[in-house]
Design a protein around this ligand. Structure first.
Ligand SMILES: Cc1cc2nc3c(=O)[nH]c(=O)nc-3n(C[C@H](O)[C@H](O)[C@H](O)COP(=O)(O)OP(=O)(O)OC[C@H]3O[C@@H](n4cnc5c(N)ncnc54)[C@H](O)[C@@H]3O)c2cc1C
Length: 387
């Protein structure tokens, strides 16, 4: 596997073990069927508990049966899962960074005890409802409302593009608490079997096909007071979760790019044209050198993020730079890899086109490339250009 600057030689024994276990899981359990899942638009749901047993959900958090690994091990895990498919990494990112993390960081003791062991083991599935049909890049304008009523809250609104919502047991829904002054954004734990909750699937995707995506409809849904996350108010709640998930994406997409690169490299050495392997042509070697360099740059950013996160110096703008850069790299590399495979490159027999299609989603979700550009622009100039 490409590790041109030998970054992996600095890994601890535990980190190597985590990487190898995830790599083996992907090789044995994911790669054989993932093309078919992609074609059929299905997620291999039977792997959800196994992924829990292997500690793939929120590996960097501890207590309540969670693995308590370091930040680099968490990143390596996401990298190996996304080498299988971005849908697999999305499952782990949502369950870990967007559902387990907010309950772990902002939940009551009862909420933690009720949900964390079940979510960590994959016995229960969670989803994260922030995006709305009319509010994507600007989630602070959300229209979902929660009004106090009868010892709890009544929720109304609709969320869309929600990974896992059709298969989720619980949704972390972000909405405005209209009973409090200035209607702050708060997090609500909504069991999906409550009256008034619908979770229709979005099934016409051309990207991220091996991942379940849906809506969350909330029509006069009553939840008890104890389902509100007590520890956070305002946009800091959802945004802090997104920083965790984007960190995982910055690592994950390196896996997709690496897998596409390795596939193209191997293919170029075995595909003969004009009497010998296409890898002997300078044009092909130029592509191989460029892909390897881009992936290495992305690896360097991911490793540096891990060090900063480990010592508590990671700012969300650092994560924006790495998410933006590394997803761009994955987009370029998967396209070049696809091109090197010629006609075979457009089939599900090889991974690059599937990764390329997936990366279009990754380029858009968790902050579009444009939005991360604006975050960096605001940080570097001191002048926000969002409006
Ligand atoms: C497969 C998939 C899974 C997803 N999973 C989840 C999930 O689990 N939970 C969840 O809450 N959301 C999820 N999302 C939603 C995702 O986060 C949003 O799609 C994303 O935030 C962009 O919002 P939008 O689609 O409404 O696009 P818009 O915000 O409408 O953007 C349209 C275009 O305008 C550009 N744009 C917007 N504002 C500006 C600006 N100020 N300056 C310049 N350009 C701008 C954008 O960059 C984009 O190119 C998912 C999306 C997909 C596709």
């Amino acid at each position: 596997m490409l590790d041109y600057l030998g970054l992996e030689s600095d890994l601890t024994g535990e980190e190597k073990m985590v990487r190898d276990e995830a790599r083996r899981f992907v090789e044995e359990q994911v790669k054989p069927d993932i093309g078919e899942h992609f074609e059929n638009g299905t997620f291999p749901t039977e792997l959800i508990p196994e992924m829990g047993e292997l500690g793939f959900y929120a590996p960097n958090l501890d207590g309540y049966g969670l693995p308590g690994l370091g930040q680099r091990a968490y990143g390596l895990l996401m990298q190996e899962l996304e080498a299988g498919d971005s849908g697999l990494r999305s499952m782990a990112s949502v369950q870990g960074s967007l559902v387990i993390y907010p309950i772990h960081a902002y939940g009551s003791e009862e909420q933690k005890e009720k949900w964390l062991p079940a979510l960590g083991s994959g016995e229960k599935v969670g989803c994260f409802g922030l995006t709305e049909p009319e509010h994507g890049s600007d989630p602070a304008s959300m229209q979902t409302r929660a009004e106090r009523d009868d010892g709890g809250y009544v929720l109304n609104g609709s969320k869309t593009w929600i990974t896992n919502s059709p298969i989720a047991d619980v949704a972390v829904v972000w909405g405005r608490d209209t009973s409090a002054e200035d209607s702050p954004v708060r997090g609500f734990l909504v069991e999906t079997d409550r009256d008034g909750v619908t979770t229709n699937e979005i099934d016409d995707k051309l990207s991220m096909r091996a991942s379940v995506t849906g809506e969350i409809g909330l029509n006069d849904v009553w939840i008890p007071e104890e389902n509100v996350l007590p520890g956070v108010e305002g946009m800091k709640g959802p945004l802090s979760c997104l920083t965790q998930a984007r960190y995982g994406i910055s690592w994950g997409v390196v896996g997709a790019a690496r897998d596409a690169f390795e596939t193209a490299l191997e293919y170029s050495k075995n595909r003969d044209q004009f009497g010998g392997p296409i890898a002997r042509f300078q044009l092909q070697q130029g592509k191989i050198a460029e892909m390897a360099t881009q992936i290495t740059n992305a690896q360097l950013q991911a490793y540096r993020l891990a060090d900063l996160k480990e010592r508590g110096d990671l700012r969300h703008q650092h994560v924006s730079m790495a998410k933006r850069h590394n997803v761009r790299v994955a987009r370029d590399v998967t396209r070049t890899a696809r091109e090197m495979l010629g006609g075979n490159g457009i089939t599900t027999d090889y991974s690059p086109m599937r990764h390329l299609a997936n990366i279009e989603t990754v380029y858009t979700y968790e902050g579009t490339d444009d939005i991360h550009t604006l975050v960096l622009g605001a940080d570097l100039t001191g002048i926000p250009a969002f409006e």
